[in-house]
Design a protein around this ligand. Structure first.
Ligand code: PLP
Length: 399
């Protein structure tokens, strides 16, 4: 047991995932053997083109879209930037108002702030204590000049899954474009662009055991959008540049596996996640679960521990071979707590003590139990060094 536990315990699958061996195997020939440019005329290139088309088909079917509505990009951030900037530019004659939420990934939030500097108005919707966006709040924020609603499918920090179907219906009813950052959700939970009335959807391969640096933006047929990159005719003249063939093939393969295994994997991860949550809440005093208890990503468990700093906890977990995250996308060294934890109403001192553990289908119960034991130990140790905790215990007694 001890020897095994000295190996790495990777619980940061929301940050990135391991490339599956099958995915790597599918990619390799497109570096070494079928390296032709898929846009070339000669038949040697047709293998590469066929592989790109096959991946496009798998990815589009995964969200109920058509292959020609998938536009390959270099990842989730690029897709988010493109969706927001190009859509508002294309529809500027109608108005300059955007609706998004306070809990979006920085790829959306910082793009929204950029647009505010360029004459757009942005409404950042509040969320409830579980990080849920209310469809009524979306309705209330709509104005005559609203051209875009962007609400994430599932939150990367606290795992809450948003009511896309209701929000999509509202967008459609009001003739407003609806974009969703589905980077955490794609390949993990079911998505359907028809049922959810989604006009644009961002996804990224490395969050579902595919390679880094490849993603897509789904753009519904008929949506007017400016090109992101001008150049060659790739991606229907909207995103020029020679295709990243191995990356695209890897993305397709990863999605094929993800959709095939989704039910089985989710059942496994949910059970393990619930075991983790139950143990932490039962055994560690002054701890809380962040995010919706049931409407949450299967692999996500996000906690706050009072009287400690999340950063210190992470460093001590690392010394035990455990990779975790504070949940905050902030660069380390920043003193600001996560914007998501503040948006769900947590005071700064509680938000500072956050820990995000994100599981994969390869995570074992043994790893989870070892991790909980370590968290217990470390939290107690850190609290014993905390003057805040000392004061608290003096006033209230020990838990
Ligand atoms: C990871 C992530 C992104 C960024 O995707 P990249 O492919 O790393 O650029 C965007 N949004 C969410 C919700 C994410 O989790």
């Amino acid at each position: 047991m001890d020897i095994k536990m000295k190996e790495l315990i990777y619980l940061d699958n929301a940050a990135t995932t391991q490339v599956y061996p099958e995915v790597l195997d599918a990619m390799t020939p497109y570096f070494t053997q079928y390296y032709g440019n898929p846009s070339a005329i000669y038949s040697f290139a047709s293998d590469a083109l066929k592989a790109v088309s096959e991946a496009r088909k798998i990815l589009s079917e995964g969200i109920g879209a058509k292959p020609e509505e998938i536009y390959f990009t270099a990842g989730g951030s690029e897709s988010d930037n493109w969706a927001m900037k190009a859509a508002v530019e294309a529809y500027a004659a109608k108005g300059k108002h955007i609706i998004t939420t306070k809990i979006e990934h920085h790829a959306i939030l910082h793009t929204a702030q950029y647009l505010e500097k360029h004459g757009y108005e942005v409404t950042y919707l509040d969320v409830d204590e579980n990080g849920m966006v209310s469809p009524e709040a979306v309705v209330a924020a709509i104005r005559p000049g609203t051209v875009l609603i962007s609400v994430m499918a599932a939150n990367n920090e606290i795992g809450t899954i948003e009511p896309l179907e209701e929000i999509g219906a509202i967008a459609k009813e009001n003739g407003i474009l609806f974009h969703t950052d589905a980077v955490q959700a794609f390949g993990h939970v079911p998505l359907d662009v028809e049922k959810m009335h989604i006009d644009m959807l961002s996804a990224s391969a490395h969050k579902l055991n595919g390679p880094k640096g490849i993603g897509f933006l789904y753009i519904r047929q008929g949506v007017k959008m400016q090109a992101l990159i001008h150049g060659g005719g790739q991606e229907r003249q909207r995103r020029a540049g020679t295709h990243n063939v191995p990356g695209i093939v890897g993305f397709g393969e990863a999605a094929k596996i993800a959709f095939r295994e989704m039910d089985k994997r989710n059942a496994y991860e949910c059970a393990l996640r619930d075991h983790l949550i139950e143990r932490v809440l039962a055994e560690i005093p002054y701890s809380r679960l962040n995010g919706d208890r049931t409407n949450r990503l299967p692999g996500n468990a996000s906690f706050c521990f009072r009287f400690i700093e999340g950063e210190s906890l992470l460093i001590l977990l690392d010394q035990n071979g455990i990779c975790a995250s504070s949940g905050s996308a902030c660069t380390s060294g920043s003193l600001d707590p996560s914007h998501v934890l503040l948006a769900i109403g947590l005071p700064h001192e509680i938000a500072h003590g956050s820990l995000r553990l994100t599981l994969s289908e390869k995570t074992t119960k043994e790893e989870i139990d070892f991790t909980v034991d370590k968290i217990k130990e470390i939290v107690e140790r850190l609290r014993n060094m905390s003057p805040l905790y000392e004061d608290f215990v003096k006033k209230n007694g020990k838990a």
